[in-house]
Design a protein around this ligand. Structure first.
Ligand SMILES: Cc1cc2nc3c(=O)[nH]c(=O)nc-3n(C[C@H](O)[C@H](O)[C@H](O)COP(=O)(O)O)c2cc1C
Length: 320
């Protein structure tokens, strides 16, 4: 796929996932061959108000590029100002606008998916951000807010008219949250209605899912999200398939343990061991789900107090 003049032979993007796809995870994902990543969503208002913690979401490692920095908000001038502030302080290649977050708190502020209710506001946001930074602007959206108000085509056209470089569409409505199946027929409708590239998102959990979506729905690229939690190896499989024509590589328990430890170390390098221990809990169980002995690890995870304890639990998995 070609986005804003850059080629991505793997046709793959890593989706933004708040609480998961931080700089540490993305560093690991890049080692798996990932070409395009997005940050977790960042509040435009918090950037403009100089909230220190917010800036940590914009941090990236040297290998973590091209990188899309994702902003959420609803006021064009605040979004533009935030994009400018971030461009002055952090390296990034794409400014992505969140029109997909379904969280009630976000939507109540008319942010995230709520932007879909006002395509003209989306137009104004894309226009303002484009004017503020000399970078490609993209939009990540759901297909609508409810099944009776599906309007991704209209929203995508507004983004294209405002100069967006590409669109990512998650094939669910906001009120579905993450339930049901993503409706890829709606994603195709968007693809057929705009001339900028469209990336499809929703329910890619295996290499076969990625191949099937690419073949059947003819999108420019696919985005993986929940499927890589505890399974960054899926990135390697998809990249190898599309970019190098190679089949999937089996993952041994040794590799799983080694990768999980490295992932922990990457988070700890960025955020310190204490926070890494807390945050890694949501990843650890997923690395070993279905593996004999992993229920003990999951049960003890919440009481681990040091890296040594955590790593010892992982080593115990070799005993079966
Ligand atoms: C825990 C979690 C956090 C997410 N955070 C974001 C986010 O910050 N910004 C965004 O655009 N999408 C976010 N998403 C949506 C994903 O990027 C993706 O579009 C969605 O999960 C559908 O893909 P999947 O079925 O492959 O998981 C999040 C999803 C999950 C599960």
């Amino acid at each position: 796929m070609r986005l804003a003049g850059v080629n991505y032979p793997s046709r793959l993007a890593l989706g933004p996932m708040a609480g998961y796809t931080d700089a540490g995870f993305r560093r690991l994902a890049r080692e798996m061959g990932l070409e395009l990543a997005f940050t977790e969503m960042i509040s435009a208002k918090a950037v403009v108000y100089e909230n220190e913690k917010t800036f940590t979401y914009a941090v990236s490692h040297e290998s973590d590029h091209p990188l899309g920095l994702q902003l959420f908000g609803s006021e064009p001038h605040i979004m533009a100002e935030a994009a400018k502030i971030l461009a002055e302080r952090y390296p990034y290649e794409i400014l992505d606008i969140n029109a997909g977050c379904p969280a009630r708190k976000i939507m109540r502020n008319r942010e995230g998916s709520a932007l879909l209710r006002r395509p003209s506001l989306l137009f104004d946001i894309v226009s303002a951000v484009k004017k503020a930074v000399a970078k490609p602007v993209s939009v990540k959206m759901r297909i609508g807010t409810t099944k009776n108000t599906i309007n991704a085509v209209e929203a995508a056209r507004a983004c294209e008219a405002a100069g967006a470089s590409f669109i990512t569409v998650h094939g669910r409505t906001a009120d579905q949250l993450y339930t049901g199946r993503a409706d890829w027929d709606q994603i195709v409708k968007v693809k057929q209605s705009v001339s900028i590239p469209v990336i499809g998102s929703g329910d890619i959990f295996t290499l076969e899912d990625a191949v099937e979506k690419m073949d059947r729905y003819k999108v420019d690229g696919v985005m993986v999200a929940r499927g890589v939690i505890g399974n960054p190896f899926l990135i390697r499989d998809i990249v190898n398939w599309f970019a190098h024509g190679k089949g999937p590589k089996p993952v041994s328990l040794e590799e799983r343990v080694k990768t999980a430890k490295k992932h922990f170390d990457y988070i700890a390098e960025d955020k310190g061991e204490y926070r890494a221990l807390l945050e890694f809990r949501s990843h650890a169980g997923r690395y070993f789900s279905g593996i004999r002995g992993s229920s003990v690890l999951r049960a003890k995870l919440s009481s681990t107090e040091s890296k040594e304890e955590l790593f010892a639990l992982m080593e115990d998995l070799f005993k079966g």
